[in-house]
Design a protein around this ligand. Structure first.
Ligand code: PRX
Length: 711
């Protein structure tokens, strides 16, 4: 029974799938769906796409998915080379489509796709689409922070702008394999800069423009760019952020460590700040507008091997040092394009808006590469979702007739600037009449969610209120490391369950393992791993292949370990439950507890710090810091503010702790290990669930902490 746009809960029980062999559970359950043989249990809420939607979608039924999925896992070479052939390759890849060693016990972890193939992702995004007649199609609609400030660019114009910058970069000595750091807000110049690097084979490393000077310096020191690209300032809501000053400090700091960047190419973002007001270092700083227009609007492409690096993107891990996730060209290209097409059921008439900033992986794969590879029209938004008011997103949807809208359960995730916390949960509490219903939103066809688990009530609100119960939601689970979607609905293919990311994308073989690394079958909960490579997988951590292997491939040998917990229900649907490591997900931003702790202890009056995540109504998770002061230092609100300031300065505003809890001591085992389990319980005030505290070196610490909870 296929219901039109409604939820159904009267489907009869079928036998438990627990006895089914590994992997088959999912497929057998899907067979049940296909055959209409009774589906989920009564309490399960299934939301079906309309007949109309399904019949016009790329993957219109579970059968179709199943056929494609089975081919993708049984014949990955055939499946992916058919798709890759739709792109332009200067030279085709070698005999072997892919090569992988996923098992640390068998030697070095190695993943390669389309090795030997020569291509260029910028060429495939722009030239190829222009050659097929899309030159006059709008590539980017740009919406400024201030309503009314906007512009747009066709594919032809975008190519010309990219070529000018590419020529400039070559002229100042950027060669294939050199790094370029991009520290820009959501101006059109950000995707332009990424594409210009890709065109000449340079490796871009975009640093989210909400990171502090210290974080930026750390990344500059790690990847040693020839050029840093930035702008003088940006307006975010009612604030102005002086980005060039942050870059100046970062360049000073990195120079002191011996890493000197010769060129700082600076875009004059005159709606935020005039040129004349900008501090300038002669010889190093160059105004974008002064030089770029002089360069030719065509630029030869640097053909690169599919396995040549495309970009580095730093992300947080469980130690203090950010990890430089490295993605290569060919596999990433094929994977982002394919996931974009299927997960959003993309059609050439769509107008697509992803609220993410290009400083995060979502902006790389699903603002820039995935959509442009498909020849899509993309909305790029500079501002904040709550400026001038919380109706801004729907205003933009109506203005550009957005048909695919992709965001995070915490909308502020789009920006990451700490002052813009707006979650779907929060919108929900605001009157829809006031902020949503006054916009038509009729153009919307597909909605997307990413970055953190979306709870069923936020899902339903997104579905019913924003999408008028008309638009399927693609809740896409993936990571910086995975390059593209891993577990995601294909919106026309099957019924959705609010809060579940549904099934794996083509070629992805997820497994759930127990703490011993043993695969669990059927309905279960455990650690989410993947058992074979997919084209979009990251290939290493910059300069530290060993850390790559130990972080991701050693916990459960034979598998890639995601760091996430997950359960699979009796129908084979996957439900992500959040991080199981020392990473906190604040509004969809990954923040390592160790990073925040090391910022806190850098304060001279802080002796020790322990950070845990706590549930937060708006941000998903909040940052809760237990701080032990140097002996004799009194507690004070000023000190509390200073400690928060240290974190803002060292990492960025989005990592600022929500709570500083004074801690005369921390609960430690006799061997000195901090028992975070206890801290989490104290932080969430689950004081009757503290568990056994007798193994602590000093059990009285717990009572002291409880006594200070509300100080
Ligand atoms: O915990 C998962 C969560 O975000 C983490 C990846 O963060 P990052 O690399 O910054 O990439 C964010 C955008 C892809 C994951 O380990 N996460 C991401 N998407 C979802 C999610 N958790 C639940 N549901 C999702 N759809």
């Amino acid at each position: 029974p296929r219901k039109n746009l409604t939820t159904s809960n009267h489907l009869r029980h079928v036998e438990s799938m627990a006895h089914l062999p590994s992997g088959a559970g999912r497929i057998t359950r899907l067979n049940a769906l296909i055959l209409g043989e009774g589906l989920a249990s009564e309490e399960d809420d299934l939301v079906f796409p309309s007949e109309d939607f399904s019949s016009q979608s790329h993957v219109s039924s579970p059968q179709k998915y199943l056929e494609m999925y089975q081919r993708s896992v049984h014949d990955p070479s055939g499946f992916w080379s058919d798709i890759a052939s739709e792109f332009y390759w200067r030279e085709k890849w070698g005999q072997q489509v892919y090569h992988e060693n996923f098992d640390v016990r068998k030697g070095k972890i190695k993943i390669e796709w389309f090795k030997g193939g020569m291509t260029n992702i910028c060429y495939n995004c722009l030239d190829r689409n222009i050659e097929s007649g899309k030159g006059d199609k709008t590539a980017i609609y740009w919406e400024g922070n201030e309503p009314g400030l906007d512009s747009s660019m066709t594919y032809n114009q975008l190519l010309a702008r990219v070529c000018q910058l590419a020529n400039y970069l070559k002229d100042v000595g950027v060669h294939k394999g050199d790094a370029v750091v991009i520290y820009l807000p959501m101006l059109m110049e950000l995707p332009i800069a990424m594409l210009a690097c890709a065109r000449i084979g340079a490796i871009h490393s975009v640093v989210f423009a909400g990171f502090s000077a210290e974080s930026l310096a750390q990344r500059i020191i790690d990847c040693r760019p020839k050029v840093v690209i930035t702008c003088n300032a940006v307006r975010r809501g009612s604030k102005i952020i002086y980005l060039k000053e942050i870059v100046d400090s970062a360049l000073l700091e990195s120079a002191q460590k011996g890493i000197v960047t010769d060129v700082c190419l600076t875009y004059e973002n005159d709606s935020a700040m005039k040129k004349e007001m900008t501090k300038w270092t002669k010889g190093r700083d160059i105004w974008w507008q002064d030089v770029i227009l002089k360069y030719p609007v065509t630029c030869d492409v640097e053909w690169v091997d599919a396995e040549d690096p495309l970009f580095l993107l730093y992300t947080s891990g469980s130690t203090g040092k950010p990890k430089g996730v490295l993605h290569t060209t060919g596999g990433y290209m094929v994977y982002t394009a394919t996931t974009f097409k299927y997960a959003f059921d993309y059609k050439p008439t769509d107008i697509y808006w992803c609220t993410a900033d290009c400083g995060w992986i979502t902006g790389h794969s699903y603002v820039t590469y995935g959509p442009l590879l498909n020849g899509a029209t993309v909305v790029v938004f500079e501002g904040a979702p709550n400026y001038p008011d919380v109706g801004r997103c729907w205003d933009i949807v109506d203005k550009y007739k957005v048909s695919i809208f992709y965001t995070a359960p915490t909308l502020s995730w789009s920006s990451g600037y700490a002052n813009n916390k707006h979650s779907l949960a929060l919108y929900k509490s605001l009157s829809p009449i006031e902020h949503v219903s006054r916009y038509s939103r009729k153009s919307l066809r597909v909605l997307g969610s990413v970055g953190e688990p979306i709870n069923p009530s936020a899902w339903r609100w997104f579905f019913n209120v924003i999408g008028d119960a008309r638009c399927p939601i693609s809740d896409t689970w993936w990571q910086t490391e995975t390059g593209g979607f891993m577990i995601t609905p294909l919106p026309g293919a099957w019924p959705q369950k609010p809060g579940s990311a549904t099934f794996p994308f083509f070629g992805v073989q997820p497994v759930i393992v127990d703490e011993k690394g043993v695969e669990i079958e059927g309905e279960c909960s455990g650690y989410l791993c993947v058992k074979s490579s997919w084209p979009g997988a990251f290939r290493t951590l910059h300069g530290d292949h060993e850390r790559y292997e130990t972080t991701y491939f050693s916990a459960f040998p034979g598998y890639y370990f995601s760091g996430d917990g997950c359960s699979r229900d009796k129908d084979g649907y996957y439900w992500l439950t959040g991080r199981v490591d020392d990473v906190i997900n604040v509004s969809g931003h990954r923040i390592g507890t160790a990073e925040v702790e090391s910022a806190l202890v850098s304060h001279p009056q802080c002796a020790e710090a322990a950070v845990v995540g706590v549930e937060h109504e708006v941000k998903g998770q909040g940052i809760y810091a237990f701080v032990t002061l140097v002996e004799g230092v009194p507690y004070s609100d000023d000190l509390r503010k200073n400690l928060v300031m240290v974190v803002r300065n060292q990492i960025g505003a989005f990592a600022a702790p929500d709570k500083i809890h004074w801690a005369p001591g921390l609960p430690k085992t006799r061997s000195g290990k901090i028992m975070r389990r206890i801290l989490r319980k104290i932080a969430s005030r689950q004081l009757d669930e503290l568990g056994d505290t007798s193994t602590l070196a000093d059990p009285t610490v717990v009572d002291q902490l409880i006594a200070l909870a509300d100080c």
